[in-house]
Each structure stands twice: as C-alpha cells, then as structure tokens.
Design a protein around this ligand. Structure first.
Ligand code: DGI
Ligand code: FE
Ligand code: FE
Length: 188
C-alpha cells in the first residue's frame, strides 16, 4: 500500500463511524483480491475500495447541502432516495479532497451503489466487493454470490442487482432508474 493510501486510511479512520470504517477496510481488501483474480490493477482497487463510502462521513441532510455547495447536480430520484447521494458526493471528495486524479477510480466510487450498464472491471469489482465484504451482515443469497464471484463476476453483479431490486420492492421503496438498468443489462 502506498504512503498516500495509508494517509487516506488514517483520515477515514477519524471521519467514519467505527462500523463504516470496518466495512471500508473489508471492501478495500475484497476489491484487491478480486483485482488479483481478474488481472486488473490492485492499487486502483485498493484506492477505490478505501474511498467508496467517503461521502458517508456526515448525515444525509448535510450530504445534500455539500452537493449544493459544490455544484454537484442531483437527479430527482437521488433527492427522493438520499441513500444514493454519498456515491456522487464521494466521487467529488475523492477528487478534490483526497487528490485522486484517476477517472477510472472516481467512476468506480460514483457508480458503486447503483452500478451502471457496461461497467468496467474496476467498477464491477467495487460494486460487488461492497456487497460481499466479510463484515456484511448475512443477507439472503449472499452465500451464492460469494460462491460465484471469483468464477463469474458478471453473474455475481446480476445476482446482486437482482437482490437489491427485490429488497427495495419488498420494502415498498422505488429502485433508482440506474439500478434497474444495471439489473436489466446484467440479466443478459
Ligand atoms: O453504502 P453502503 O451501505 O455500503 O452500500 P450502498 O452504497 O450499496 O448503499 C446501500 C443503500 O442504498 C441501501 O440502504 C439501499 C440503498 N439503495 C441502493 N440502490 C438503491 C437504493 N435505494 C433506493 N431507493 N433505490 C436504489 O436503487
Ligand atoms: Fe455506499
Ligand atoms: Fe459500502
């Protein structure tokens, strides 16, 4: 791990709640294992994994205010479902507060919650590492996803998007249009 990553890690340790920080470290190492498995850049996976939830350092209302302050435009759907906002805000903070210049890493942070059709390998890795990291509480189907992810990451992305849509529908919450597009794209 580079010195810069160690510094960012220390900052996040201070800024994030304990459980969020533990989750972050779980995502970081899970992402690096997936990068090894799929032959992609391990440093980028560590960086994106470490920063993926950096937008969650403050409550949702404050996240919305920060977006207004920094001119980050939010869709109607995001304003309706503020749980999505930390991804966009996180990509902004990763760039301007943590100094990450690599667009591939910034996009992996930005799309980690909803996914998107045609994700890069790094984007898929962060999307799925967020779901399967060891500290995640048992959710139905988690074992199946963990079982396939090192053989077939697209299938793991599909199963995870399906579970998310199902979970939201069951809870009477709308799924973001991007979440639905991700699900449909990986269904094929
Ligand atoms: O930030 P994490 O908790 O690690 O995970 P995440 O970035 O996947 O965010 C999960 C939260 O976002 C969870 O409460 C479910 C919610 N979420 C994810 N996709 C959608 C969504 N909520 C709505 N309403 N619509 C979505 O499409
Ligand atoms: Fe998140
Ligand atoms: Fe997360």
């Amino acid at each position: 791990m580079t010195e810069r990553l160690t510094e960012i890690r220390k900052t996040l340790h201070k800024k994030l709640k304990k459980e969020r920080y533990e989750h972050t470290i779980g995502v970081m190492y899970t992402a690096s294992s997936l990068a090894m498995c799929y032959g992609t850049d391990v440093q980028k996976a560590l960086t994106a994994g470490l920063l993926h939830d950096c937008g969650k350092y403050c409550p949702m209302k404050e996240q919305i205010k920060l977006c207004e302050k920094h001119g980050i435009s939010l869709t109607e759907s995001e304003l309706d479902m503020p749980a999505l906002i930390h991804a966009k805000l996180g990509a902004y903070l990763a760039e301007y507060e943590y100094g990450i210049k690599d667009q591939a890493v910034l996009d992996a942070v930005r799309y980690h919650t909803t996914g998107r059709p045609g994700m890069t390998m790094l984007e898929k890795i962060i999307y799925i590492a967020d779901y399967i990291e060891p500290n995640r509480k048992e959710i139905p189907g988690l074992g199946e996803i963990r079982g396939v992810v090192f053989q077939d990451i697209d299938r793991a992305v599909y199963l995870s998007a399906q579970r998310t849509v199902q979970y939201l529908t069951d809870g009477g919450k709308p799924a973001d249009p991007m979440t639905v597009s991700t699900y449909k794209y990986y269904e094929k």
